[in-house]
Design a protein around this ligand. Structure first.
Ligand code: KG4
Ligand code: ZN
Length: 337
């Protein structure tokens, strides 16, 4: 089955053609137009600008992905959660194509897409249930229990900032451009993670929730008290601060994930979302959980992409669970359940 995936929930316009079967997924073509340069000038994603840029980019991206290909069997599109101005562009393209080609349509939850990113380029039988998914992106930090394909239960989430958002905000405090996660993690590679004892909020709480706003404030206060030029810090460098901050985020994420994996006796752990590109997180989670497989997406599929959206639609496509182009609507607050 050939599935055309469409993703435009934030600041990446991505389309992909995926060959999907019970054995696994193979990406035939994928193209992503990033808006990062435009938004970095504003220090973050500006919703109206994002919507306009998706509208400009989406047809050239579609043309590139479909070049020389037959009409797909199914169309899968991110319908939420995300920015409404961004979602609408992908959803309206999906509706138009479904109408024009008379091809069935499947709305996909963006978080469900990230969860499926681990299955791209991997045997599907690597996934044993129940599975625990740690989804960490710019907009979400959630622990999701997966009882079977398509069956999800959220057991924990951030109470304030998402992990990626926290990386981006701390990067801004350091004068680094949006998105700050990759820049912080690059600087952190040569820093000392034990240089500054930043807090690990909610580690002692009796639940699977997270909180990152206090950690961001702790970095703000440290920079206020020690100066952001790193000239009077007793030898502590910008790299040390990045490494110490990154370690605090990773410790919070890994500890709660390990606890949840034990309590729910899961057979697989999945890491997904843009922050799953973080090397320290990838290594720490794999080192902390050795008795069951820890599945982590290839770096190319960590951040937003359309192949993961197409993959997430496969189970419902096989079951014939389609939505009519007349009924499909974007839902910016769609929660996975
Ligand atoms: O999943 P994604 O592409 O978009 C959302 O759905 O939000 O995630 C983007 C987020 C940004 O906050 C970015 O800073 C973060 O992922 N990110 C990273 C790394 N690469 C991307 N955070 C930490 N370390 C990285 N290497
Ligand atoms: Zn995402």
């Amino acid at each position: 089955m050939r599935i055309l995936g469409i993703e435009s929930s934030c600041d990446d316009t991505s389309l992909a053609l995926l060959e999907a079967s019970d054995a696994g997924f193979s990406v035939i073509a994928q193209k992503t137009a990033s808006q990062v340069e435009m938004h970095s000038a504003f220090g973050g994603v500006v919703p109206e600008v994002a919507g306009r840029m998706h509208a400009e980019a989406i047809f050239p991206v579609l043309e590139a992905v479909l070049a020389g290909q037959d009409t797909p069997d199914v169309i899968a599109v991110t319908a939420g959660p995300g920015l409404i101005t961004s979602l609408l562009v992908g959803v309206e393209l999906a509706r138009s194509l479904a109408y024009h080609w008379n091809v069935p349509l499947i709305p996909v939850n963006h978080i469900e897409g990230h969860i499926h990113s681990v299955l791209l380029g991997m045997q599907k039988n690597a996934l044993a249930f129940p599975a625990l998914c740690l989804v960490v992106s710019g907009g979400h930090t959630e622990l999701i229990l997966m009882d079977a394909m398509g069956r999800y239960r959220r057991i924990g989430a951030t109470r304030d900032d998402a992990a990626g958002e926290c990386f981006d905000k701390v990067a801004k405090l350091l004068g680094l451009e949006y998105p700050g996660g990759p820049k912080i993690s690059k600087l952190a590679m040569t820093g000392n993670p034990n240089a500054i004892p930043f807090p690990r909020p909610m580690l002692d709480s009796d639940n699977f929730d997270f909180s990152f706003a206090g950690l961001k404030t702790a970095v703000l206060y440290w920079l206020r008290d020690h100066g952001s030029t790193f000239q009077a810090t007793g030898g502590i460098t910008r790299e040390d601060l990045c490494a110490s901050f990154e370690q605090a985020v990773v410790d919070s994420l890994v500890l709660k994930t390990v606890r949840a994996a034990k309590q729910y006796q899961v057979h697989t752990v999945l890491l997904a979302g843009g922050v799953s590109a973080n090397l320290r997180l990838r290594e720490s989670l794999s080192a902390a959980i050795t008795h069951i497989p820890v599945l982590i997406p290839e770096l190319a599929y960590c951040t937003d992409n359309a192949a993961m959206i197409a993959a997430a639609a496969y189970t419902r496509a096989v079951a014939g669970q389609f939505t009519s182009w007349r009924e499909l609507a974007a839902d910016p607050n769609w929660t996975l359940s």
